[in-house]
Design a protein around this ligand. Structure first.
Ligand code: HEM
Ligand SMILES: Cc1cc2nc3c(=O)[nH]c(=O)nc-3n(C[C@H](O)[C@H](O)[C@H](O)COP(=O)(O)O)c2cc1C
Length: 468
């Protein structure tokens, strides 16, 4: 049993103790490998960091990342009046009463503008940043504007059904919430707020491996939502295997999404600058990455099959060759997400929409074998119908959900999904389409993008499959 005064004497980089949930931890060795940087932990060194920790992390993370010997023992209970736990106001928002009536927010762009006025500087640098010059981040969205829609007339569109299925699960709309870490930086309701909003639409939420709340709490908040769980394979495989075993006991999780486009962190300068400013005396902020960089097709997918019976979706596919490799070879792989991590990983990488078109051109058979999803830059219902017409089964939003969450918690995400659902239905009606499956290639003119597509003439001619 330790007293707080004992803990207070260990507050340096060479000797750092913190208290979380009444337990005293020696985190000295963990400091350099903390993915959020050492500075933020050092700010709480020698204190009770429970409030700060809970503001961004679920309790499970402690067992996952810290070794048993780093748990030193219990903190002597103190009367509530003496509770010195630091109140961390890093996630403080402008009070929600300042939020305009949500029905007056008409577009995702407006929601984003509002969020950017409210989010803390930390959250802005973490959420908005893209890699390097943010060329891919911007292109993900602008590329949708190069596709023109081809509406048909004299088609009865008095009804319009935007529901569909994703990996065999009925969902109320073809838009899903992509996995994004640390939703509590946007709003205290965190990923549970997103789940509750998804529940209203029977929508899919893919829960990030780096969610700020426990998966059980998230799924409990969304009784009518559909859930998948996103996986980063950690360097410590046993820890990942334990996490997969825990997930398999949560029946609401319908499939696993393995993210592949970030084997190493991208250079997100806005975020690095923020972290550097947090670090004392100009010490450079290190890039820290806890995920395994040595994943390969056979080794990793065979290993994964041994640890989960759930279908697997590969996220971060960025070429038609990899789409082809994913199809047909591994029975557990049933889907792919064309994604470049919202422009957060490799800058100037191809946009998901181009990859979708390249797949149509070079490996159209993949659409019969796998469910294909896209994410990145989706802001309008017209974006959604374009991706669907080209063969995507569903379209993900990342930042847009976090912005809605920031503006008004669950209600803000609900409004975000409502805007996209309404815009999607309007676009379908005006195109002369009354159900999702009727959106077809002839509804889009993609000619302007032809010069921007990767041209592998040989493969296109003989139609041969990419080799493993
Ligand atoms: C001591 C146990 C802790 C563990 C095991 C831990 C673990 C992690 C992990 C795995 C991430 C990665 C999330 C991502 O990349 O998206 C992360 C990020 C982060 N952690 Fe911790 N953490 C700990 C303590 C703390 C404390 C005490 C704070 C204080 C507020 C904190 C604040 C953050 C923040 C703000 C991030 C954001 C990541 C970023 O800026 O890139 N963590 N932590
Ligand atoms: C703040 C933030 C955190 C993210 N965290 C994850 C993550 O933990 N796992 C993952 O697979 N993708 C993550 N992504 C990528 C998203 O799943 C998605 O691919 C991307 O945000 C789509 O682009 P958009 O933000 O333009 O919609 C994150 C994206 C953002 C913006």
């Amino acid at each position: 049993m330790y007293r707080l005064s004992d803990v207070q004497t260990h507050r340096s980089e060479k000797d750092c103790w913190i208290v979380i949930h009444g337990n005293v931890y020696n985190v000295t060795k963990f400091l350099p490998s903390h993915p959020g940087g050492k500075a933020i932990i050092l700010r709480h060194a020698g204190t009770d960091a429970t409030t700060a920790f809970e503001a961004v992390h679920p309790a499970e993370l402690l067992d996952e990342y810290l070794h048993p010997e780093q748990l030193l023992g219990k903190l002597e209970p103190r009367p509530a009046s003496e509770n010195t736990a630091k109140k961390d106001n890093q996630n403080a928002n402008i009070p929600e009463d300042d939020t305009p009536p949500l029905h007056t927010i008409l577009s995702l762009a407006e929601m984003e503008t509002l969020a950017l006025q409210r989010l803390t500087p930390k959250a802005i640098s973490y959420y908005t940043s893209g890699a390097d010059d943010e060329i891919t981040k911007a292109a993900n969205g602008t590329i949708y504007r190069s596709i023109l829609l081809r509406p048909r007339v004299f088609i009865d569109c008095s009804t319009c059904d935007i529901s569909t299925t994703i990996m065999g699960n009925r969902v109320g709309l073809p838009v899903f919430v992509a996995p994004a870490a640390l939703a509590k930086l946007a709003h205290s309701s965190g990923e549970a707020g997103i789940a509750a909003a998804c529940s209203e639409f029977n929508a899919l939420q893919i829960i990030s491996k780096n969610a700020s709340m426990s998966v059980r709490d998230i799924v409990a908040a969304g009784p009518n939502a559909v859930f998948a769980w996103q996986l980063y394979v950690l360097k410590d495989l046993t820890t990942t295997e334990r996490a997969l075993a825990a997930i398999s006991k949560i029946p609401q999780i319908k499939f696993i999404v393995l993210t592949l486009d970030a084997p190493f962190p991208g250079k997100r300068e806005a975020d690095e600058r923020f972290k550097a400013a947090e670090v004392a005396a100009g010490t450079a902020a290190q890039q820290v990455w806890g995920t395994e960089a040595g994943l390969t097709w056979h080794k990793t997918l065979t290993w994964l099959r041994q640890h989960t019976d759930l279908p697997v979706v590969l996220k971060g596919i960025q070429t038609y060759e990899d789409a082809a490799l994913a199809a047909g070879h591994f029975p557990n792989v049933r889907g792919i997400v064309l994604s470049n991590h919202g422009g957060r990983a490799l800058d100037t990488a191809t946009t998901p929409l181009q990859v979708l078109l390249e797949m149509r051109r070079s490996v159209p058979w993949v659409f019969e074998t796998l469910e294909v999803f896209v994410d990145g830059g989706v802001r309008r219902g017209t974006d959604v119908v374009k991706a669907l017409a080209l063969g995507a089964r569903g379209v993900g939003i990342g930042r847009a959900a976090l912005y809605g969450l920031n503006v008004a918690g669950e209600r803000g995400v609900k409004r975000t999904l409502e805007i996209l659902a309404d815009e999607t239905a309007t676009a379908m009606r005006l195109l002369g389409v009354n159900k999702v499956d009727d959106l077809r290639l002839h509804h889009v003119n993609t000619a302007a993008l032809n010069p921007l597509l990767y041209d592998d003439a040989t493969l296109a001619k003989d139609g041969s499959r990419a080799k493993l």
